[in-house]
Design a protein around this ligand. Structure first.
Ligand code: GLP
Length: 241
């Protein structure tokens, strides 16, 4: 596992954006695995900046997002579809039919999960961007005794609902379920970039990267992957020595 600790958030964002841009410039039809949350926003800003400077084009790129809330319409400003349009897709030249998120409004979530996995199998991810939840979740793969391999519906844990509550008017509005790529699908990506910032993540970063490999810390499974690049800011990396 390669790990870089940055002095500033800006440096981390620029580095992560460059990793993605380099892959797209090497392979214009690259498949990108994308993430949401507050951590990737600065990375997407940098990507948009480079696009505006004509340093990269996304015309042939395909993207797959990790997850989506169940029951939020795409127009809802807390849906991940809305987030991706707002922070990235509406600012670059990617055709919208090449951007994919699991459909959280699907009548049959199992069928939707199978559909998503079929697409992922046909277009393997070249580089997957990941954030990290406080409880070690990646995507919305919450700690559990067993983790499903592929895309599936998940009941969000109390701590995740609490972390998400800041974005909603009240706790009642926070979606209780999500649909997420499985850890198996995530680990199929050729390269994984795990970006984490903030002092509140320092403990889980250490546990996930140096602790035992266990489904009770889903991110610890990343230790089994051959090419993971961990990007931390000083605060998130302060227990990493
Ligand atoms: C959500 C997302 C994750 C993300 C996590 C951390 O749970 N499903 O993909 O990594 O939030 O978000 P933040 O970067 O805001 O701490």
């Amino acid at each position: 596992m390669e790990m870089i600790i940055f002095d500033t958030q800006q440096e981390l964002d620029a580095y992560a954006a460059e990793l993605i841009i380099n892959i797209v410039n090497e392979k214009p039809s690259a498949v990108l695995g994308l993430a949401t949350g507050s951590t990737p926003i600065g990375i997407y800003d940098k990507i948009v900046e480079s696009y505006n400077e004509k340093k990269v084009s996304f015309k042939e790129v395909t993207t797959f997002n990790l997850d989506e809330y169940v029951g939020l319409k795409p127009e809802n400003d807390q849906s991940y579809t809305y987030y991706m349009n707002k922070h990235l897709f509406s600012h670059i030249d990617i055709p919208s039919d090449q951007t994919h998120l699991p459909n959280g409004m699907a009548q049959d979530i199992e069928e939707e999960s199978a559909r998503y996995d079929t697409m992922l199998d046909a277009q393997p991810v070249d580089i997957q961007l990941l954030g990290l939840g406080h409880n070690g979740h990646i995507g919305f793969n919450e700690p559990d005794v067993n983790l499903p391999y592929g895309t599936h519906a998940v009941k969000l844990k109390a701590e995740t609902l609490e972390a998400n509550a800041r974005f909603f008017a009240s706790m009642d509005e926070v979606p209780k379920y999500a649909i997420t790529m499985g850890v198996g699908s995530i680990l199929k990506a050729n390269t994984i970039v795990l970006a984490v910032r903030g002092a509140d993540k320092a403990k889980i970063v250490k546990e996930a990267l140096t602790g035992p490999i266990t489904t009770s810390v889903p991110a610890s499974l990343l230790q089994t992957h051959a090419r993971v690049i961990v990007l931390l800011d000083r605060e998130a990396g302060r227990m990493m020595g």
